[in-house]
Write a protein that binds this ligand. Sequence first.
Ligand SMILES: NC(=O)c1ccc[n+]([C@@H]2O[C@H](COP(=O)([O-])OP(=O)(O)OC[C@H]3O[C@@H](n4cnc5c(N)ncnc54)[C@H](OP(=O)(O)O)[C@@H]3O)[C@@H](O)[C@H]2O)c1
Length: 260
Amino acid sequence: MKDPVVVVGIGEMGGVFARGFLRAGRPVFPVTRGTAPEAVAAAVPKPALALVAVAERDIHPVLGDLPSTWRDRVGLLQNELLPRDWKRHGLEQPTVIAVWFEKKKGQDVKVILPSPVHGPRTPLIAEALEQLEIPVRVLESEQALEFELVRKNLYILTTNIAGLEAGGTVGSLWSRHRELAEAVAEDVLSIQEVLVGHALPREALIDAMVTAFEADPDHGCLGRSAPQRLQRALQLADDAGLEVPTLRRIASRHLRAGAD
Ligand SMILES: NC(=O)c1ccc[n+]([C@@H]2O[C@H](COP(=O)([O-])OP(=O)(O)OC[C@H]3O[C@@H](n4cnc5c(N)ncnc54)[C@H](OP(=O)(O)O)[C@@H]3O)[C@@H](O)[C@H]2O)c1
């Protein structure tokens, strides 16, 4: 029997990965919200992978409480993720995937682009997704991973935040509201630069975002988390003393005052 895996958070993503691991012949041990991770770790101290599939708002408490024997075998997949998020928990080399497939409640998986993966447990992620015919792209360096994480953040934040104003699809955002999309993207990149601690290749990142628009032009701009994403972005901008004028203008029109 193959070594088991642990999946923390059995939501849409956790469900997809669990199915992939099971089809690949790996036992899957779930950690749900009501489960003590230490109790699972007592049964499975050294899984082949401990995939953390909770949403971005829940990731820090989960990483803070991670059983010590899982720390060198963590997998991460959240949107809005950057290396600072795992480094603040002292995790040196998690395996990270920038997810470019969509899984919504009541729908099957929809692939937008091959999903880039990097880290020591990459073969396990690839093995699971291969079972589901979801393509992955193996990255060779931490720099390439940082680029891909920022690219995904740029896509999700630009489409969600500009979508508050323009609605519609990513295709229509780029063809009919390009000025708005570019202004939002520049503000988002200013925040991302502070978060990664250096200047970013803005043009290449915007080109890479547009490649994803072109891969699925009918993708809706707005997600259910768009207002929260804008609020998080503004909090980060405030902390960094950034102006981000377009984000503030959109917030003044579309966020309820005092909403959390
Ligand atoms: N779905 C997509 O298409 C997609 C695409 C790309 C990236 N992503 C990213 O993938 C991540 C997960 O998204 P999702 O759509 O799978 O979200 P989701 O369906 O909300 O699943 C998250 C799951 O984590 C559980 N959870 C929360 N805190 C937990 C804890 N402390 N211990 C154990 N389980 C816990 C939640 O339980 P409760 O139900 O009790 O809250 C829920 O079942 C997000 O960061 C998202 O941005 C998703």
